[in-house]
Design a protein around this ligand. Structure first.
Ligand code: DX5
Ligand code: ZN
Length: 222
């Protein structure tokens, strides 16, 4: 079982004027991965960041960078994000009519293979490709913005995906993404998530990034 809890600060919520500094603080506080959100203004309403920012981060990061592509036609960019420093790449099932082909591309690029799934999309849509996955990103908000509230109804899907993975003997990293804080993290972990992605809770913590991470880890492992 992938029961070691990992914390992946989402740099979308970082202060971009001090990105290097904030990444170093997060890593010193024990961040396991960094989560990197790419938004195109098409698949999601918002536009975030892309390849040049990833290349810069790659120069300073010492932990794996988990790239979350919230873009249409993600297959067009897999190789470039891999080259720019992604350790894992997740594409949205809703943006990928030829998902199997895209997952093969990710694997061939040398990255860990991930699929992200929107709140309304059933777990069963992943059943035929589950054996190919290293990561499932269960969206616990509608993708596109940081700072939204956790959608409680996604909890049962986390459990369902964890049982589906166990039933084929796969130790898949199940991420939760959106609205993760000290209250919602234990709910997600209890349901079967082992990777907590958090932006606001960590980077907008009123004391420090370290405290944000410490509190989240304490809540999740309590
Ligand atoms: C939302 C992104 C998330 C976002 C989470 O579309 O995929 O990774 O940064 O932000 P918080 O933790 O603030 O909800
Ligand atoms: Zn994300």
């Amino acid at each position: 079982m992938a029961n070691q809890i990992k914390i992946a600060p989402s740099i979308l919520a970082a202060d971009f004027t001090k990105l290097g500094e904030q990444i170093a603080q997060a890593e010193q506080a024990g961040a396991d991965w960094l989560h990197f959100d790419v938004m195109d203004g098409r698949f999601v309403p918002n536009i975030s960041m892309g390849l040049p920012v990833l290349r810069s981060i790659k120069r300073v990061a010492t932990v794996p960078i988990d790239v979350h592509l919230m873009i249409v036609e993600p297959e067009r960019y897999v190789a470039e994000f891999a080259k720019a420093g992604a350790s894992s790449i997740s594409v949205h099932i809703e943006a990928s009519p030829h998902l199997h082909r895209t997952l093969t591309l990710i694997k061939d690029s040398g990255c860990r293979v991930g699929v992200a799934i929107n709140p309304h999309t059933p777990a069963s849509f992943l059943s035929e490709i589950l054996h190919l996955l290293d990561i499932i990103n269960v969206m616990t908000v509608n993708p596109g913005f940081g700072g939204q509230s956790f959608l409680e109804f996604t909890t049962s899907k986390i459990s369902e995906l964890r049982s589906m993975a166990s039933s084929i003997g796969k130790d898949i990293d199940i991420e939760v993404d959106g609205g993760i804080n000290v209250t919602t993290a234990p709910i997600a972990v209890e349901a079967g998530a082992n990777v907590l992605i958090a932006g606001t809770t960590i980077f907008s913590h009123e004391q420090s990034i370290k405290q944000g991470i410490d509190e989240l880890r304490a809540a999740a492992t309590r």
